[in-house]
Design a binder for this molecule. Structure first.
Ligand SMILES: N[C@@H](CCC(=O)N[C@@H](CS)C(=O)NCC(=O)O)C(=O)O
Length: 211
């Protein structure tokens, strides 16, 4: 297998933490996003959405989209499980993973990509160009703060997003919080449960080695 990657950016970081939790090593090939290599015909043939991470299997099949790659790796390396083992765990983890991605990660991406400084004509990632919408910056900030309030409440009675075990949902949430810090949105002081969870997951070796 080969992994198409780019250091330090959020979605590849989600996958790299996931792989480190499982002890999976895959040779990495860097796609330089700053040089626009994601749009080259060669890479586009592997990753139709022109994004990283993208995994290429030994038979040439390519899988992009972080969650899809993680699900593939979970199937071939089930231990330790990060998407649950019982039907209930699998459902609850996927629910929180999607809530964290939709309400948290995408809100940060809106704030980050629609601001004045970068991404001219690239308000969304993918093969097509879209103009930025400046109003999404403020809406993104409000959505992040609402997300923080909601997950602070959720974490009142449990260590991790889906109960007592670290899971893929915690990885999505952690990368979201750290991405929001880049975008200068901090966890409000009063959200003690969220601060406690963030400190706990930030100490994991998989996270320290991908910080
Ligand atoms: N939905 C995709 C999003 C992947 C994504 O946003 N990747 C970014 C790096 S974090 C990227 O490749 N950006 C390319 C660009 O900005 O053109 C996933 O879940 O993997």
């Amino acid at each position: 297998m080969k992994l198409y990657d780019y250091p330090g950016v959020p979605n590849p970081r989600r996958l790299n933490i996931f792989m480190a939790e499982k002890g999976i090593e895959i040779p990495r090939f860097q796609i330089d996003l700053l040089k626009g290599e994601q749009f080259s015909p060669e890479f586009r043939a592997k990753s139709p959405n022109c994004d990283v991470p993208t995994l290429e299997l030994d038979d040439g099949t390519c899988i992009s989209q972080t969650n899809a790659i993680c699900r593939y790796l979970e199937t071939i390396h089930p231990t330790p499980p990060l998407f649950g083992t019982t039907a209930k765990e699998i459902g609850v983890i996927e629910m929180w993973n999607q809530i964290c991605f939709t309400n948290g990660f995408q809100a940060v991406a809106d704030l980050f990509r629609n601001g004045p400084d970068w991404f001219e004509g690239r308000g969304l990632i993918g093969p097509h160009n879209y103009e930025k919408i400046p109003a999404l910056v403020e809406r993104g900030r409000v959505r992040i703060l609402n997300f923080y309030e909601d997950i602070n409440h959720h974490l009142a009675n449990q260590c991790y997003f889906a109960g007592n075990h670290f899971s893929a949902a915690d990885i999505t949430a952690l990368v979201t919080v750290d991405f929001a810090q880049w975008a200068k949105v901090e966890i409000p002081e009063q959200h003690k449960n969220l601060h406690h969870w963030h400190a706990l997951v930030s100490e994991r070796p998989s996270v320290l080695s991908n910080s």
